[in-house]
Design a protein around this ligand. Sequence first.
Ligand SMILES: Cc1ncc(COP(=O)(O)O)c(C=O)c1O
Length: 409
Amino acid sequence: MHPETIRVPLASSGLEVEDIDAVVTTLKSNSLTMGQKVREFESSMSRYLGARHFVMMNSGSSANLAIIESLLRPTSGIPRLRRGDGVLVPAIAWPTTIWPIVQLGLKPVFIDVDPESASLDLNAAEELLSQDSHGVRAIFPIHPLGWAMSPTGLEDFCRRHSLVLISDVCEALGSWRENVHAGLSSLASSFSFYFSHHITTMEGGGVATNDDALADDLRSIRSHGWSRDRSDAKSWLSHGNDINSKFLFVSTGYNVRPMELQAALGLGQISRIDNYINTRRQIASRVHEAITNTALHLMGSNTLRNDPQSHSWMLLPIRTKSTVSALKIVEHLESVGIETRPILTGNFTAQPSIRRILGEDLDAKSFINANLISSQCFMVGCHHHFTEGQITHLVESLRYAARNLGDVS
Ligand SMILES: Cc1ncc(COP(=O)(O)O)c(C=O)c1O
């Protein structure tokens, strides 16, 4: 086959026949709304992550929303956050990491990113807080594209600044650093199982936490504020009211419940996740070898030798040398069937939506590394179901582009 006829998409469905069979069986069982399959998937996820609880939801975005809601309006104890508090977030971000903070009356405080991983740069955060606290009470880092931030680094930072640590792990399932799954040293961490991620439930996501009370609140919040799915549901009945126990609402809430079909689809995949991640690491290694010492660099490739477990490669982020036109490389790759995209949204502070909300107070140009990542970097796919033909085409096309295309100096 001529290489130009091979397409290398950013993502594939990743479904096996048995996953589809599991969905059909679930459909035929007539059990459609949240129930036994969701509970089974939650147990599998808890076991895999080493978390006490996993609360499945209908997306990673909903997981982020539910986390923020749970910190503002817990059913017991003092709220960990209050309206107006600042939350540190990375300048390279996904919109729905930021929007729940804005929507629920908190203030995102953007921090530039580390140029190699695109994750929130704790040194830059340290510098900002040394000048002014900005009312910051929490930090919400993203573990981008499979790269696990150091749990001890994050914990130490939060201890010194008395911050609540929550993590967006929507892109880093299967990534472990210092023997802890990415984000799991946080009070709560969000996951996404959207189509393009390490496993897919079509749409889907959830929150991992080791905090029993928080897990109960998340179960209420995902389902209208209902008491039903809480471990302490019975204790709410003794609150001296005569409300029907089946219709007892104990917190604020949304409807962000998952369906049984989604859980049925995820169950098989989570049992195969280690193979998936190994395949992704092998693809990353081959791409890294092909472009080492050229005009292109695989961001995060130092982990391949030093700490392979700490990266699960959702996609492959590639930086072009400053003397090379990223645009020219991207155009070439697209012309030979290799799909590309920016790193997340690029510098999120430059997006019109965030500028409209935070106005001129925010100088997008001041996030120097985020801007470099916007202008000099792009991503290609790294899916565990790529065929050998697709992987070879990806590797060879990148090798060709890295060695032959456009020095603009
Ligand atoms: C870092 C990050 N956070 C949150 C989300 C939202 O997840 P979902 O698409 O499941 O709503 C995504 C989606 O890709 C993401 O990349």
